[in-house]
Design a protein around this ligand. Structure first.
Ligand code: AMP
Ligand code: GLY
Length: 420
């Protein structure tokens, strides 16, 4: 079968790598892809947020199955256009993507199905928002309602910071995404991510992971898209994962179906766990990046069968075949990330790295310039390894990353510290 993957980050490199291992995959195209993806698949330039453009590319290239990686095409309704054109698609509808694109929407769903989450209120005006914050007290969490590229959340430890965040967001810092703010109770605990395929009705867990959001060792520095991840996440024990499945995710999926907007795709539940009880922090409607890299390393080629079953409403008939393994990925980012950083620096040493079913360097922001791998993004490489224990995966991944010669890049040296 001919498969098109939309996206060009580390997540999509790992998806392409895993899908390619499945004998059902004949031709694989990734749009836009990156320098690493180009080594295992064809790449193409399409406006991936334009459903009609993607549909016509699919027709021209006899594509049978489309896998949508990032949230932007989902929020733009690309999967709806492709399904209407008769294509098989992994990725939720625009209506269902509101679980990620609107925090107020998700909160309303949690209310309707009694899913445990932080207490909240939402506002479009500054004065009532500030009065509410003053009444509740700090710490408190201020969130822009819409998609703000991971930057729309302020965990305010004092009222002054909370008030300033309200002014910034309602004052237009995030444009329309901040026209409404959600104010949430601060939840204590340990965070973990739970990934579940849903076909509108059936929910199938496909792994747990923990990422590292801060830029520097010891969870210091600014928030990023994620500097490393590992799977499984020990904090999400079977018992707690079951609770999250039965108290949060299944009720959400039932509620979405009841509203006539069934959820079909991957749900990424960000959870806060305290005293054995998971509560929902947020939903994303895509795989996490870099969490996907560790999930793909553990799942390998079977992921294609799972994604096809998800797209075709057959999840009740399949289940992942798990090994008793662990995976870790370390992100290498350009100096300065998540702030401004240099583009066009040269990365050497990649050819010396092992590439096999337990060791892979997934590319994110890379481009080939004159046959040289060049850094063009903030997060650039994901050095990923699998082992019998997390310690083993950690040792392999750090030994790989030390071979990379990229003076303008940096990485955290403490990925996995909570679990090791
Ligand atoms: P979100 O974009 O909603 O995932 O928020 C980004 C990060 O902010 C989360 O990963 C948490 O670390 C933190 N956060 C969000 N909401 C809360 C909350 N209600 N209580 C404590 N921390 C939170
Ligand atoms: N690593 C966090 C995310 O993908 O949202």
């Amino acid at each position: 079968m001919n498969i098109l993957i939309l996206g060009g980050g580390g997540r999509e490199h790992s998806l392409a790598w895993a899908v390619k291992q499945n004998p059902k995959c004949d031709r694989l195209i990734v749009a836009p892809g990156n320098a690493g993806i180009a080594q295992l698949a064809e790449t193409a330039t399409i406006n991936i947020e334009d459903g009609d453009a993607v549909a016509s590319f699919c027709a021209d290239n006899a594509i049978d199955f489309v896998i949508i990686g990032p949230e932007a095409p989902l929020a733009a309704g690309v999967s709806d256009v492709l399904r209407a054109a008769g294509l098989s698609v992994f990725g939720c509808s625009q209506a269902a993507a509101q679980l990620e694109s609107s925090k107020a929407f998700t909160k309303a769903i949690c209310d309707a199905c009694d899913a445990p989450t932080a207490k909240y209120a939402h506002f479009t005006q500054s004065e009532p928002a500030k009065s509410y914050v003053t009444e509740q007290g700090a710490p408190i969490v201020i969130k822009a309602d819409g998609l703000a590229a991971g930057k729309g959340v302020v965990v305010a430890m004092d009222l002054e910071t909370a008030h300033a965040a309200i002014d910034d967001m309602l004052g237009g810092q995030f444009g329309d995404a901040g026209a409404e703010v959600v104010i949430e109770e601060f939840m204590e605990g340990e965070e973990a991510s739970y990934f579940l395929l849903c076909d509108g009705e059936t929910v199938l867990p496909v792994g747990t992971a923990q990422d590292h959001k801060r830029a520097f060792d010891g969870d210091e520095g600014p928030n990023t898209g994620g500097m490393g991840a590992y799977s499984p996440a020990p904090v999400l024990s079977d018992a707690i994962a079951d609770k999250a499945l039965n108290e949060i995710v299944k009720p959400t999926v039932t509620e979405m179906a009841k509203r006539g907007t069934p959820f079909s795709g991957v749900l990424y539940a960000g959870l806060m766990i305290k005293d054995g009880q998971p509560r929902l922090v947020e939903y994303n409607v895509r795989f996490g990046d870099p969490e996907c890299q560790v999930l793909m390393m553990r799942l390998g080629g079977q992921i294609l069968d799972l994604l096809l079953a998800c797209a075709e409403g057959r999840l009740a008939d399949v289940s992942p075949n798990w090994a008793d393994d662990h995976a870790m990925t370390i992100v290498m980012a350009a100096d300065g990330y998540p702030g401004s950083y240099k583009k066009g620096t040269v990365i050497n040493g990649l050819e010396a790295l092992p590439e096999n079913s337990s060791e892979m360097t997934f590319h994110a922001g890379t481009t080939m310039v004159d046959s040289v791998v060049t850094a063009t993004g903030g997060r650039v490489l994901n050095v990923t390894a699998r082992g019998d224990s997390l310690k083993d995966a950690h040792a392999k991944a750090y030994s790989m990353i030390k071979k990379i010669d990229w003076p303008e890049g940096f990485y955290r040296s403490d990925i996995g510290y909570r679990a090791l």
